[in-house]
Design a protein around this ligand. Structure first.
Ligand code: HH2
Length: 272
């Protein structure tokens, strides 16, 4: 079981057991290194560790299910045994199902439950699920993203998928939604979604947000010469403050220590 904290957003630490993720690819490809990183993030204050075995960066090659399972299952089992709350970041029902059996307590699906069998898996397990919006697939999403009204269209997609999974039997309070920053969106689309976060929070589904180290931050702060990944921290924390004040319930981040401090500071002000 995983219950969201009340009064502050939960902090979800990112653990990519991949060779090619856009910011930490290769660093945690060895299971021992991945397990150590997960334990460290838990000790630093992460509420949940998001384990993924397939990069979703633009143009990333798909990973077969057997390889994804080989990467994530030993890491999920070892972390769960040690009491770490784990979410599985996958688009595949087969991987979600095995991860839940290995101890994961949340499913994080960047395809927003569009893949075969995913709805049935989460409904059967009654686990919290994050439905994320993506236009297209990781291979195609950044080629020419287009929306007439990005906030309205993304929100409508998320509400539609939430209704479908609830009809399949998942309890409504287990549904989280995520506008999918950087997934088939231009810089302007991302900024409009962040500006309109309140419209997602107003649905009353818990909102998850993932902006950590993403390229729109580099573009907004660097312009013609985007800031490199390692210089995007301040931009991400500014977004996290904005998100927390709007009522976002989960922040998906690489930098746990800095996010814990930011969140505690805002929480202290809000409770004074
Ligand atoms: N972003 C990424 C991956 N999974 N899940 C949700 N719910 N929301 C997000 O914004 C999100 C996500 C991409 O970031 P990262 O995991 O760091 O990179 P990669 O996909 O290259 O592994």
């Amino acid at each position: 079981m995983f219950d969201l904290p009340v009064g502050r957003p939960a902090i979800m630490g990112i653990l990519n057991v991949t060779e090619d993720s856009f910011s930490d690819g290769g660093r945690h490809f060895d299971p021992e290194a991945a397990i150590a990183a997960g334990l460290r993030m838990r000790d630093e204050g992460a509420d949940l560790i998001d384990v993924g075995g397939e990069s979703t960066r633009p143009g990333a090659d798909p990973v077969p299910a057997a390889e994804e399972l080989r990467r994530v299952i030993p890491v999920i089992s070892a972390l769960s045994v040690q009491g770490v709350k784990v979410s599985i970041d996958t688009m595949k029902a087969e991987v979600a199902s095995a991860a839940l059996a290995a101890g994961a307590v949340v499913v994080n699906d960047v395809m927003g439950l569009r893949g075969p069998g995913m709805i049935e898996v989460v409904a059967a397990h009654q686990c919290p699920v994050c439905i994320m919006h993506m236009q297209g697939s990781p291979q195609t999403m950044q080629s020419a993203p287009h929306y007439d009204d990005v906030v309205r269209e993304v929100r409508a997609f998320l509400l539609r998928q939430a209704a479908v999974v609830e009809e399949a039997g998942l309890q409504a309070e287990r549904v989280w939604i995520d506008p999918g920053i950087g997934f088939g969106k231009t810089v302007e689309h991302n900024l409009k979604l962040l500006n309109g976060l309140g419209k997602f929070v107003a649905t009353s589904y818990p909102v998850l947000l993932g902006v950590s180290r993403k390229s729109f931050i580099g573009r907004v702060l660097g312009g013609e010469e985007p800031l490199p990944i390692e210089e995007r921290g301040e931009g991400a924390h500014a977004v996290h403050v904005w998100a927390q004040i709007q009522g976002v319930r989960v922040l998906r981040v690489h930098d746990v220590v800095a996010t814990v401090r930011t969140v505690r500071m805002i929480e202290a002000i809000a409770q004074a």
